[in-house]
Ligand binder design. Sequence first.
Ligand SMILES: NC(=O)c1ccc[n+]([C@@H]2O[C@H](COP(=O)([O-])OP(=O)(O)OC[C@H]3O[C@@H](n4cnc5c(N)ncnc54)[C@H](OP(=O)(O)O)[C@@H]3O)[C@@H](O)[C@H]2O)c1
Length: 288
Amino acid sequence: MTEAPYLTGRARLAGIMGWPVGHSLSPRLHGHWLRRHGIDGAYVPLAVPPERLEQALRALPVLGFRGCNLTIPHKSAALTLIDRATPLAHRIGAVNTVVVEADGTLSGDNTDGFGFLASLAAGHPGWRAEAGPAVLLGAGGAARAVTVALLDAGAPEVRLLNRTPDRAQKLAAGLDGPVVAVPWAERAAALDGAALLVNTTSLGMAGQPPLVLSLEALPRTTLVADVVYTPLITPLLAVARAHGNPVVDGLGMLLHQARPGFRAWFGVESEVDDELRAAVVAGLGAEP
Ligand SMILES: NC(=O)c1ccc[n+]([C@@H]2O[C@H](COP(=O)([O-])OP(=O)(O)OC[C@H]3O[C@@H](n4cnc5c(N)ncnc54)[C@H](OP(=O)(O)O)[C@@H]3O)[C@@H](O)[C@H]2O)c1
């Protein structure tokens, strides 16, 4: 790793806006890449309350920032506050990566779906979205990004199940493609014939109840993924592993979604490897 201990007056700047932002692992993640590549740059936490988001975004070019990431609760609100967003960000209804253009205008994209697919590809190179139906639990922001990504990657069917059925129905109705809303109570039966099972609810996260789901109907070849990464092995992944299924934890999605922003702001291609993973896991207070 090349050390870059001091910033110069020409240092490139980026950061993450959230409220709160203290829990974010992104400064550690980008900080690791900045140090590894010896880049004259900084990535900082930006605690921005919702009512100051527009002001904060508009301040980015004024302060010489190259851009920023957005986290809870800003991802949807930012879509209408920036100058342009990619069609993908519009379909997902959220922006997580903002780039300050040369003329000072703000462009936005959503890289969460990319991060999810890249994480599956890294964990299980043989897995293909076309292989069969995907069962997706949840209908919030993460579900939206993952569903759009799976459709774009060629999933023949996405079965959406959410505790609040309205949200799953609205999400399915708002997306072009083979997405069906299935009642939450039928989640065990919905696993029949699935090629992928993804938890995008907050169930299983430290401090939240576990996801209660019988995997009896799940083929043992089905890839099981969780977007929750605290803990890394959620109760769902532990049960899936015991059932004999391959599993992918939620940390890879977080690491991979950061790559396009890093490239845009700091001009360098970054890599997701064991060293990065260990550095970020250390920020979770867990063992790599
Ligand atoms: N790995 C990554 O990079 C990454 C990226 C984004 C998010 N995440 C994680 O993904 C999770 C969801 O984030 P989000 O932004 O999608 O949140 P969100 O928009 O608030 O959605 C939360 C989802 O969880 C469901 N849920 C919450 N409590 C539940 C319960 N007790 N029983 C059943 N369902 C419940 C909600 O169902 P209702 O609609 O019924 O409330 C909803 O579908 C969080 O843990 C977040 O940290 C990870």
